[in-house]
Design a protein around this ligand. Structure first.
Ligand code: SF4
Length: 244
């Protein structure tokens, strides 16, 4: 069942909570308390492995990517290694991650560009990263942030859904959502903010069945389905993690 409320309810709920700029510190603080383990779930040891993992994670789970890369990274250690095998072999090695032909093509294109233009190193600037084949703004933001060179805010499906439900943006387009969030979220919080929303989305604010009754943000959220004043504390939201 889709999560939707009548328009009049939404208008009333938006009046019930404070303006977004006043709510954002509380949202970040409570989510940080609730999800202290909110970090990237992909496993990697260096920037090339990070880039490959994030490229493989499109339309699959982090668990699947980690299972595939555990073997992949023992065989492919440097950018040259991705070009040294027939493309069919690379396709077979990443097949469980889905859309493997396109991903293999993009991986080889990206590795070739790393070698030809960046001395085999993964660049840190977003404008360089997005030139790599198969690397969009979301992937570039993840790679830059994990390298300590945050230049924007990662917007994936969880960040998009929660930002909308929390009334932080009215936009649908990820690039416009990112701009809204960059204006709202203190720069020091840009790296952790998407992880907090992603983990909260996985554990509590499910796409189809948000558990508002167990949510630490229920009194800060215009989309909450529980009565005002029923905030139950951070421990109420903890549940075993899942990955998507
Ligand atoms: S109150 Fe409900 S809709 Fe709002 S963030 Fe929490 S779970 Fe999601």
């Amino acid at each position: 069942m889709a999560f939707s409320r009548p328009r009049s309810y939404v208008r009333e709920a938006r009046r019930r909570v404070a303006p977004k700029r006043q709510r954002i510190p509380g949202i970040i603080e409570r989510l940080a308390d609730t999800h202290p383990d909110a970090v990237i779930a992909l496993r990697f040891r260096d920037p090339v492995e990070l880039l490959v993992s994030v490229m493989l994670s499109a339309q699959t789970t982090d668990v699947t990517v980690n299972r595939v890369t555990e073997r992949l990274f023992t065989k492919y250690r440097r950018p040259e290694d991705y070009l040294a095998v027939p493309v069919e072999e690379l396709e077979a090695d990443i097949r469980p991650t889905g859309t493997f032909r396109q991903k293999a093509r993009n991986l080889r294109g990206a590795m070739r560009m790393l070698l030809e233009e960046f001395d085999g190193e993964v660049p840190e600037r977003l404008e360089d990263l997005v030139r790599l084949p198969g690397v969009g703004r979301k992937t570039a933001n993840v790679v830059a942030a994990e390298r300590g060179a945050t230049q924007g805010i990662v917007v994936d499906t969880h960040v998009r859904r929660l930002s909308q439900r929390l009334g932080l943006t009215k936009q649908q387009d990820p690039a416009k959502i990112e701009l809204d969030l960059m204006r709202l979220v203190p720069r020091a919080d840009w790296p952790r903010f998407p992880h907090l929303l992603i983990w909260h989305g996985r554990r509590v604010c499910d796409a189809r069945r948000p558990r508002c009754e167990a949510c630490v943000l229920s009194d800060l959220c215009p989309s909450s389905r529980v009565a005002p004043g029923s905030y139950r504390g951070a421990s109420a939201t903890r549940s075993p993690p899942s990955s998507s």
